[in-house]
Design a protein around this ligand. Sequence first.
Ligand SMILES: Cc1cc2nc3c(=O)[nH]c(=O)nc-3n(C[C@H](O)[C@H](O)[C@H](O)COP(=O)(O)OP(=O)(O)OC[C@H]3O[C@@H](n4cnc5c(N)ncnc54)[C@H](O)[C@@H]3O)c2cc1C
Length: 450
Amino acid sequence: MIKNHVATQADTIADLIVIGAGPAGLAAALSAKEAGCEDVIVLERDNYPGGILQQCIHNGFGLHYFHEELTGPEYAARFVKKAESSNLDIRCTTMVIDLSVDEDGKHLITTVSPDHGLIIFKASAVILAMGCRERPRGALGIPGSRCAGIMTTGTAQRLVNREGLVPGHRIVILGSGDIGLIMARRLTYEGAKVIACVEIMPYSSGLTRNVVQCLQDYDIPLMLNHTVVDIEGRERVTAVIVAAVDPKTKKPISGTEQKIDCDTLLLSVGLIPENELSRQAGVVIDNATQGPEVDQNMSTSIPGIFACGNVLHVHDLVDYVTIESEAAGQAAAEYIRRCFRKQTEETEAAVQPLQEGAGSILFRAGSGVRGLVPQYLQRNCSDKYVMIYFRPDKIYRQAHVKVLLEEKVIIDQKKKIMTPGEMVTVRLPIESVHKQIDKLEAIKIFIEEE
Ligand SMILES: Cc1cc2nc3c(=O)[nH]c(=O)nc-3n(C[C@H](O)[C@H](O)[C@H](O)COP(=O)(O)OP(=O)(O)OC[C@H]3O[C@@H](n4cnc5c(N)ncnc54)[C@H](O)[C@@H]3O)c2cc1C
């Protein structure tokens, strides 16, 4: 029924629709406005803008972008304030449920909201900024009873920081991603006993500073190479069974089981970019990042659809989200300008769709490199440099990040330490590839140990 409605009419027309009013969506929308695109609407399902930052009341945000240490809500407030002074049109409690393209190549965005019901927007360009979500218990397949007291750390964070509710008193955290680490400390402040943080890998997947400041400073044990193998309790969790795992196979080692009495199990076992809408629209998704494949302008495989922030790849720091999203906003404004020009001048070439070969060069992930973004460099790129982001596949000490161009290493950066919890950035000057830009097929990025 919704599909029929989508195919026949649009209720509101805009140049640019941004989906999500987190730091990514706000930065993208504001930079599109600054680049001359006036007709921008931001759609947000929650009842306030700011995204996940609004529940991250700890500090540590903004060190790179503002050169100041802010809390999450303070960081978000800077953009919300700017949005207000720029009269940015943000529609909260508006959930996007469908994204498609009509016969004219315009994007149809179907939304529902308690105040306005079903509304369809039509836009020349769309920026995907829906963030990411945590893996739930179902994605892990932990055996045991289906009792109360099991939730993701993000849910616990929202309960404590926004609703004023403490989810439990004796807590075990499975996974040592940043949210798990931050919540270990937060719940300790609220008087709960965090008994252990259990991690299947031989290292934490969170930032080193969070391991130190959130676990070590509060004597909370980090059980590496361990996992939860069973959950006990009828109405509510009463205990979890934790076992050591074989570091290679990740299988629990029989005989190492130990029972930990607790009333809450928090899951911090990874974030997944929120890409149901992207898939619906037919955007090509990268298996490694679980986000859309993009070029240096954050342009996806569908002309006019851009992506930025955690929906594109899971970031460690919001500062990089902002920088990347500003680039997406500028590129979307430029795309819209070109579309209008194209309508009047038939000779104007269409904006290149994202593809290997004719229009673009592939950034290829070599050894040690996971989740490389962007995946492509457009040959007609007019920027001075491109920022490349990735995560190492394990902990590296005194290793080199290298960029290889037709057998020649053009960048060699020595790093003291690289961990999977922290994104690595490489700044690639376009002049370094300029001479070969017409014939190059791929640029390889890899890690080499000394
Ligand atoms: C616990 C935790 C601790 C962190 N600590 C730090 C830190 O110390 N320092 C730091 O720099 N970074 C930190 N980060 C990371 C930072 O918060 C994120 O990188 C950043 O918030 C991502 O921004 P985003 O806009 O991509 O996503 P989000 O902030 O998640 O925003 C996405 C928005 O899209 C909306 N949305 C989703 N789907 C739809 C839809 N279908 N229709 C309408 N709206 C939709 C959501 O409601 C949300 O508001 C932390 C993150 C977490 C979770």
